[in-house]
Design a binder for this molecule. Sequence first.
Ligand code: B12
Ligand code: SF4
Length: 574
Amino acid sequence: MTHFNRFASKTPRILLAGVFGPYGVDDEFGRAKNIMELFHNQVTKGQGLASFRLHHRSFGLYFIAANLNADVTVLDFPSRARFKKEVKKGYDIVGISFITPNFKKAKEMAQICRNVAPDSEIVLGGHGAAIEGVESLIDCDHVAKGEGIRWFREHLGQDKDSPIVHPTLPASDWQAIYGVPIPGKTNNLLVPGVGCVNGCNFCATSHYFGKTYTPFLRTGKEIFDTCCRIADERGTDNFFVMDENFLKDKERALALIDEMERHQRYFKFYLFSSAETIANMGIDNLVRLGVIFIWIGFETKSRQGNYEKNISNHGQDLVRQLRDVGVSVLASGILCLEEHTQENIQEDIDFMIGLNADLVQFMLYTPLPVTALYTRLKGKGLIRDDLPFEDWHGQQVLNWRHPAFPDDSAERWLNRAFKMEYEANFSSVYRMIKTAFRGYKTLAAASNDNPHTNARMAQMAKRTQEYRPMLEVLKTNASPREQQQASQLQHEITSVLGSLSMSSKLLALGARTAAVFWKMRVKLKGDMRQPRTICTHYRRHKSRLSPAINPVCAHTEAAKDIFTSTDAAAYTRL
Ligand code: B12
Ligand code: SF4
């Protein structure tokens, strides 16, 4: 790798950009089935108007920006024209972050850069950098594979090992259900580290970081101090933790609990963790940690023995125990595994439905570059090299030849799975309110003089009360069966926590009105909402001793709304 000592004597000017929009539309560069949303794309997509709608930024870019001694501009969700305009300013380096299905967009951006700013150096990074031979497929100067902060520091001739500072960021910029904004501030983002040591054969994140874990925050105390700073700056104690397997480092998690309890500052966390780490941590510790949501990869019933993380765990019991103490569970499952056939795949769909989780993700078995699965299937000649990367997103077609799932049969099973899960278990918002209330009742029944347990119990009561107005929306908009369930739950909550307060009644009325408008909007113009362009500037510290943690300025630019319907609209029960 070239060391950019030329930057030792001047402040490097760097542009870091995510791929351009519009997203989730069928065009030369992308697919309608691949929208720029997490839940609406692959989790609640079958739930129509009740689907969770959130926009997440390209977080990796902000981490790099906040940790370099450089003037860095982060341009997130640009249009092609906006990117071109920015590149024309003549940056020393233009970094492009992309994932495999956005290969074509990254290629186009590199081309734009070469055309309008030939002196700028082009660096490619993010998971798309794992594509075999990407260096020659896209006209660029460098491909940074793996963790990007260290790579960039080294590239600029800066100390790659200096501590990593965590920028203050919202975990999402727009969040709504039924068009009703989710109450309160959006969650804070927390990225304690990247990668996972488990190395499940299909897992892109684990393999991309060499089946190792790179911590950004090494100790429980570092996490606690970071949380305090971010929570104070943003005014909320809720954290969405973007770490593939946070509980894997049990010692760090226990130390975080100690810090919270010692300071009586009780943060709440949304986590991703595998079943074996949850079992190792223990349910009580999850309550003490303040976990209110956990994403677990159950993957499949038939192959549980093959994923070590799931060997000794009974999925249904684990989900029940977690929901009993107020932890909402997102269970993730894989369809069209190698051993799946048209005859046995339903068994796995039933398994996922039977877990009775709050949310369920279904994904097609998708071998992505650098994973063990990709290497093996490539060796067998099964990878579909004829399929453009735009289609490698796991929500429509298989990117490998599965003898049992030709043509569009994989998509039909996927759609069926989402639909069945929704019909059997109702909307996720209903389930999550139920879980919060269930957790409150469990902790109240076990109530003792422990101030920490009582603090968690109070949080669950508060959460139930905050989300309760949504039951009024369900009572008028959901299917007749769900309306009945929502009424019953409202009744139960009233008997324990009292009637809706006047302010909650007003909120419920506002929510119902917002839902009416959203319903009309979806009917007339479709349910797509494009993320706004966000431009953020990080300036080099005057002292030159430490990098900037937070930007000097960030602004949102209006994106042109593209009115189309996502796949989900097809399921909508208007
Ligand atoms: C947030 C997220 C999203 C957001 C994207 C927001 C955005 N603005 O792009 C949403 C929810 C919209 C999303 C959607 C999708 N995503 Co996504 N997503 C993630 C997730 C959960 C977190 C990413 C993150 O912020 N990590 C934390 C940061 C710090 O790490 P990082 O992004 O890896 O960045 C580091 C390095 O990669 C590197 N780096 C990153 N960019 C750059 C750029 C340069 C120039 C350099 C030098 C380095 C560099 O440095 C960073 C710091 O170390 C990851 C899984 C994961 N845990 O990482 C999947 C993941 C990135 N997504 C993935 C996929 C496939 C998708 C979807 C296709 C959906 C799907 N079917 O799964 C869609 C595509 C949507 C679209 N139209 O583009 C895959 C990518 C696999 C691959 N090989 O390409 C991942 C890895 C999940 C997985 N395990 O399969 N996603
Ligand atoms: S446990 Fe989860 S994050 Fe870790 S390798 Fe397996 S699928 Fe990936």
